[in-house]
Design a protein around this ligand. Structure first.
Ligand SMILES: Cc1ncc(C[n+]2csc(CCOP(=O)(O)OP(=O)(O)O)c2C)c(N)n1
Ligand SMILES: [Mg+2]
Length: 582
């Protein structure tokens, strides 16, 4: 396939040698043609013999990063990208990243392959181990649809359908398994291509008028309305409408660090720093609400439970979410079942303009209290110091935060634009950070907005080879590794267990610390053609290191700064202090 034509001209492409004019058309040529017709901007791939007829995309060193790159791209652009993974074994590598994309409701076309389904065509040994009955069963529980087409015409339809389903809200990955026998078959003439425009995803569903009226009525009678701003698009105009609605209603707004920025965090109506779990302070603010308006909040039932505990929820609840369309039996990522009073099974961005028209302005005097933030520890490099230094260095710069570490406190940095922050990996899969960052950086390339990730060392180490793809294709980004030389989150788990069992807490590090030898993270970056800075262990060295990193990324480099941070979380990740960890 000549996917080079798909590579944006600004990405350093691998120039193919022009071959003789092609007389033969192969199955994979037809598949490439339909992918081009769909206008999929990029395909990230890890090669394999199972689709040796379908190569030449964006090369990745691991299937997990191919999928994470596609996820990051969609998170930063709201546009679907493709990922190509080798037959069963590649799909196995890809599976965690597909799960992350599923939980994150990110559209993605995943193409895989099988050895020839026709056993008579299989090469000895290898084609047999690459062929599995119902291979897609590996990922069926966290993909929206899958198919194994048996002919070129069936492949056309399967790819069109997969793209349409993936792009229909609630969005998610779909999987097409391409038979190596089909890809490598001579097919004579190319069957006429369908008109891809006629197979687009539908326009957003709008709510029935009476539901908008019912919501407006509840909001008109509210004394303390609250908006839970959850999964929304990266659109700037939708962002502005959301702000206008909150201002018209004088509603307190909560945001969630698990998903992309949804509301300016320094707005007087923004109630509490975005967090993974509601902090006790945020929960008690939510408890003051008499009407809760949920914009596809990831865990509405959990938020209500955090606020009201075992008591009956003291607010009327308006739920705007299409999410239940993909709730099924295997994964419980659908969260608890909230009791709601008005339910619009639509995307919030489609409903906000209708609500904006329907609601009456509500006078009110809700002013959010600035969140108290503990003082930074002097002379110690902590995630807090890292945040403060980054904030100072990027004061007048457009930055997209593509990743945050678990110890991040949502009060460390404000988000004022939908692209200031794209949210987490969705499924809790550590190792997604580097790939998501590279994918987001690909989407943001030449936009003037600098992609910056702050990620744990564990996260970096599990996905580090995604950097090579960025270096190879010239996709600039800056990664600041908050390196506590530990899977520290699990030290906290160990600590809790030790306390429960009256055992020495001092042993919590055993089996969690990544030291002796220390890993040279900057060298890992350099080994892949990126720039590597550090280790930076002193607070005084941090500012120049970050400034150098920013400059390098602005000059087009992929740059990694190894920042040795003291182990410790200054975070409201825990709904009850530090006790709720992943
Ligand atoms: C694939 C995967 N393996 C293991 C875990 C369990 N886990 C959750 S957080 C964490 C530690 C991550 O380490 P790091 O990124 O360095 O962050 P830190 O906790 O040190 O701040 C681990 C291992 C996970 N969520 N995903
Ligand atoms: Mg760590």
């Amino acid at each position: 396939m000549n996917a080079k034509e798909n590579l944006s001209p600004t990405v350093r492409a691998e120039a193919p040698v022009a071959g003789p004019e092609q007389k033969e058309i192969w199955g994979s040529d037809a598949i490439a043609a339909v992918l081009r017709a769909l206008d999929i901007p990029f395909l990230a791939l890890n090669p394999g013999a199972s689709y040796r007829g379908l190569h030449d995309s964006m090369l990745c060193l691991h299937e997990e990063s191919a999928v994470a790159i596609a996820q990051g791209y969609a998170k930063a652009s709201d546009r679907m990208m493709g990922a190509v993974v080798h037959s069963n074994v590649g799909l196995m590598h890809a599976s965690m990243a597909i799960f992350n994309a599923w939980c994150d409701r990110v559209p993605m076309l995943v193409l895989g392959a099988t050895g020839p389904w026709d056993a008579a065509k299989r090469r000895p040994w290898i084609d047999w181990i690459h062929t599995a009955s119902d291979q897609a069963a590996l990922v069926r529980n966290y993909t929206k649809w899958d198919n194994q087409p048996a002919s070129v015409l069936a492949a056309y339809e399967a790819i069109l359908r997969a793209a349409q389903i993936a792009n229909t809200a609630p969005r998610g990955p779909t999987y097409i398994n391409l038979d190596a026998g089909l890809q490598e078959a001579k097919i004579g003439v190319l069957p006429p291509l369908p008109d891809a425009k006629r197979y687009r995803a539908p326009d957003p569903v709008l709510p029935a008028e009476h539901l908008v009226e019912a919501a407006a009525k509840l909001l008109a009678g509210a004394k303390h309305p609250v908006i839970l701003a959850g999964r929304v698009s990266r659109s700037e105009s939708c962002w502005k409408q959301r702000v206008a609605l909150a201002e018209k209603l004088h509603a307190r707004v909560f945001t969630d660090i698990k998903v992309g920025a949804a509301f300016p965090t320094d707005h007087p109506l923004h109630a509490a720093p975005p967090a993974t779990f509601l902090s006790p302070e945020a929960a008690s603010l939510l408890r003051e609400a008499d009407v809760v308006l949920s914009f596809d909040w990831v865990d509405l039932a959990g938020a209500l439970k955090a606020a009201w505990g075992a008591d009956p929820v003291g607010a009327k609840v308006i739920q705007i979410s299409p999410d239940a369309h993909l709730h099924r039996g295997w994964s419980m990522d659908y969260q608890g079942l909230p009791a709601v009073d008005v339910y619009m099974m639509c995307e919030p961005d489609a409903v906000v303009p209708l609500l904006l028209d329907a609601v009456k302005p509500r006078p009110g005097a809700v002013a959010a209290k600035p969140a108290p933030l503990p003082d930074a520890m002097p002379d110690v490099v902590s995630i807090r110091t890292l945040a403060d230094t980054l904030n100072a260095a990027t004061k007048d710069m457009e930055v997209c935060i593509t990743r945050l570490p678990l110890g991040w406190n949502g009060a460390y940095r404000h988000f004022r634009h939908p692209l200031d922050y794209i949210g987490s990996e969705g499924g809790g899969g550590v190792g997604a950070g580097p790939g998501i960052t590279v994918g987001a950086a690909l989407a943001l390339k030449d936009s003037g907005r600098l992609p910056v990730a702050i990620m744990g060392d564990g996260d970096f180490l599990m996905g580090a080879t995604a950097l090579w793809t960025a270096a190879h294709y010239g996709i600039p980004c800056l990664i600041l590794v908050a390196n506590n030389r530990s899977f520290f989150n699990d030290e906290l788990h160990q600590e809790r267990v030790a306390k429960e069992r009256s055992r020495p807490v001092e042993n919590r590090w055993i089996g969690q610390r990544i030291s002796g030898p220390d890993i040279d993270i900057a060298m890992m970056a350099r080994a892949q053609g990126a720039e590597g800075i550090g280790p930076v262990a002193k607070a005084s060295e941090l500012k120049p290191a970050i400034e150098k990193g920013i400059q390098a990324a602005r000059n087009g480099a992929v740059c990694v700064v190894d920042v040795r941070v003291a182990p410790g979380y200054d975070t409201n990740m825990g709904g009850s202090g530090a006790s709720q960890k992943r």
